[in-house]
Each structure stands twice: as structure tokens, then as C-alpha cells.
Design a protein around this ligand. Structure first.
Ligand code: FES
Ligand SMILES: [Fe+2]
Length: 327
């Protein structure tokens, strides 16, 4: 397994979906994970696999902060240690379930399967802004690699074609110049960002009442995390975070957390707007071949306005990512 992703944090569930005394199965990097919340409200993430014969623990039961396997009834306590073997009550209790690092942030559950290389999930400071309303979209399950999905999120030249009438207009397909730089910032973290990106959008958001020129910034802060900010004229900045849960190299669950200025639309309407856009991207993403993002120079033809994509590819190389890419 790629150490870059193994040692990073990945979103796997909505926090509020797991109540005290409940379990939830999730997949991450070809590993089955069981999430469960104990009676004190503390969340646990374990490998969803009984060390006895490999059965899924999430098919079993959770009582009194003890998980019991559905196959032979072995029980496991809070630290993942076996506490009971019903078929042989005096047997030594050596079995131990693999236990992972888990955090709750931005309304999501984040898991690190390895040794965390970062203190926590990626920086998303807009989430802490009380002037912005938070809405969670997805997860969307896509048959493509995480890096292809991030690259699509950073791409503006497709708006006029894939999102015509919403994010783009076929009469205005030219992408004006924008700047791309690496950054390292105490608040925003580090990575690459594109700034002074301008696009005319017929309907930039659910609340938009007509077309407007929008200023965008995009920043990549981890191999599978990108955040865009939109700055509509006369309004405050909004942010949309694309947070990916890699299932395999070529299947990915996409979480989107929005920090918006729109306090009038319903949650459902805001989600429906994002669903519409994402469902337009999905068939394009699933058609791209190869599904893994090529990092080798010359594998695909690029033009000057693709330079944020190229900067992202360079960032992945520099981060030494191997999972979901071709190098
Ligand atoms: S497989 Fe879990 S108790 Fe036997
Ligand atoms: Fe798109």
C-alpha cells in the first residue's frame, strides 16, 4: 500500500450517522473498516475483520462497548483485545483486532490506516467561519481514481461543455490567464494554488439570479483534497471542499462540504444543485482512460490553460504518490 495515502487522513462517513452504541462499515484503500461509537461518545475505527477466521465484525453485535463476532461469538473490548471465546472459556486471549487512528472534523469521520504523517485532516479554515453555512453533499461513488477526480475539480475549461447554462456558456469558452504557485501558509496549509481565475457563469450557485463574472481560487492541500473559493461580486467568499475517500485505485467516494453565504435555500435545494453538477461530471470521469492519472510527461497533450492540472500532477510527483496514478 502507498505510504503517502496509508499515512494520511481520509473521510469515511458523516459523523452524525454513528450514534453511541452503533456500528457502521466503511471501505478505505481496499480495507474494510468498522466504525463504532462507545457509550461515552468516543468513536473507534477497527479493521472490519475478526482475527479468528476473517468474518466481518460489523455483521455482529455491539453491547456494553463490546463487539461480538457473528461467527463463533468471540468478543472484543474497547482496545480491540479479545475478551471472550465462548467455545473455550479458559483459552488464552491473544487475539487482537487491528485498530486505526480516527478523528471527527468538518462533520466527517476521518481515518488514518497507518502512522499519521499529518497532525490531522487537511486545513479547511473556511469551515470555522460562522458567517458561512455548512452543507454536506454526496457521497458520490465514482469509477475513477482520486487524482482524476481532483484534476477535474481544478479544471475550468470544461464548464462551457459539461455544465453549460450553469457554470459555463458556449459563447464564452476562453479561459483568461490565471496564476499558479506553491504555497505554505499557517492557516491554509501547504500545496499548490491557482488564483485570479475568472469565469462567466450563467448560474454560479443555487441562489444566483443571473449570470455573473466569478473570481475563483483553487488550492490543493493534500493529494486527494482540493478546495475552491468563489468570490461573487458584492458578496462574501464561499468555499467548496472536495474530500476524497479512495476505495481502490480506480473507485472513489466523493464527499463535498460547502461553506456558503446562502442562508435562504433549503439544504435539499443546495444539495440538489451540487448533485446536478456532479452527475454531469461523473460520465466524463468514468470515460477517461486510463482511469489512473498519468504523471509521465507527454502521456496526454496539455495547453497553457491546463497549468493548474499540470501543477497538480507535479505536486503528486513531488509528494511521491503512487496510488491511482501512472508514473
Ligand atoms: S471468525 Fe470471528 S469468532 Fe470465529
Ligand atoms: Fe465539472
Amino acid at each position: 500500500m502507498d505510504p503517502v495515502l496509508l499515512n494520511d487522513w481520509h473521510p469515511v462517513a458523516l459523523s452524525n450517522r454513528i450514534e453511541a452504541g452503533a456500528m457502521l462499515a466503511a471501505d478505505l484503500l481496499e480495507t474494510r473498516v468498522v466504525l463504532w461509537r462507545d457509550s461515552g461518545g468516543v468513536l473507534h475505527a477497527w479493521e472490519d475483520r475478526c482475527p479468528h477466521r476473517g468474518t466481518q465484525l460489523s455483521m455482529g453485535t455491539l453491547h456494553d462497548d463490546t463487539l461480538t463476532c457473528p461467527y463463533h461469538g468471540w468478543s472484543f473490548g474497547k482496545e480491540g483485545r479479545c475478551t471472550r471465546i465462548p467455545a473455550l472459556p479458559d483459552a488464552p486471549l491473544k487475539a487482537q483486532v487491528a485498530v486505526y487512528h480516527v478523528r471527527e472534523q468538518y462533520g466527517l469521520v476521518w481515518v488514518c490506516l497507518g502512522t499519521p504523517a499529518h497532525a490531522g485532516p487537511p486545513a479547511f479554515p473556511e469551515f470555522a467561519d460562522d458567517q458561512l453555512r455548512k452543507v454536506w453533499c454526496g457521497p458520490y461513488e465514482v469509477h475513477s481514481s482520486g487524482p482524476r477526480i481532483v484534476e477535474n475539480f481544478l479544471d475550468m475549461a470544461h464548464f462551457a461543455f459539461v455544465h453549460e447554462g450553469i457554470l459555463g456558456d458556449k459563447q464564452q469558452t476562453v479561459i483568461p490567464d490565471y496564476t499558479v504557485e506553491t504555497f505554505d501558509d499557517p492557516e491554509y496549509g501547504s500545496g499548490v494554488w491557482a488564483r485570479q481565475c475568472y469565469a462567466f457563469q450563467p448560474q454560479a450557485s443555487k441562489a444566483a439570479t443571473g449570470g455573473s463574472d466569478i473570481e475563483y481560487t483553487y488550492r490543493v492541500v493534500r493529494p486527494l483534497t482540493a478546495i475552491l473559493t468563489k468570490h461573487p461580486p458584492g458578496s462574501i467568499r464561499e468555499a467548496i471542499a472536495l474530500l476524497l475517500q479512495p476505495l481502490t485505485e480506480t473507485t472513489t467516494r466523493v464527499w463535498i462540504v460547502m461553506a456558503l453565504n446562502d442562508f435562504t435555500s433549503s439544504d435539499d435545494a443546495l444539495r440538489a444543485f451540487q448533485d446536478t453538477i456532479f452527475l454531469q461530471d461523473q460520465p466524463i470521469l468514468e470515460s477517461q482512460h486510463p482511469a489512473r492519472l498519468p504523471l509521465t510527461p507527454g502521456a496526454e497533450v496539455s495547453v497553457a490553460c491546463d497549468r493548474m492540472s499540470l501543477a497538480y500532477r507535479g505536486y503528486l510527483k513531488q509528494q511521491n504518490l503512487h496510488y491511482g496514478v501512472l508514473r
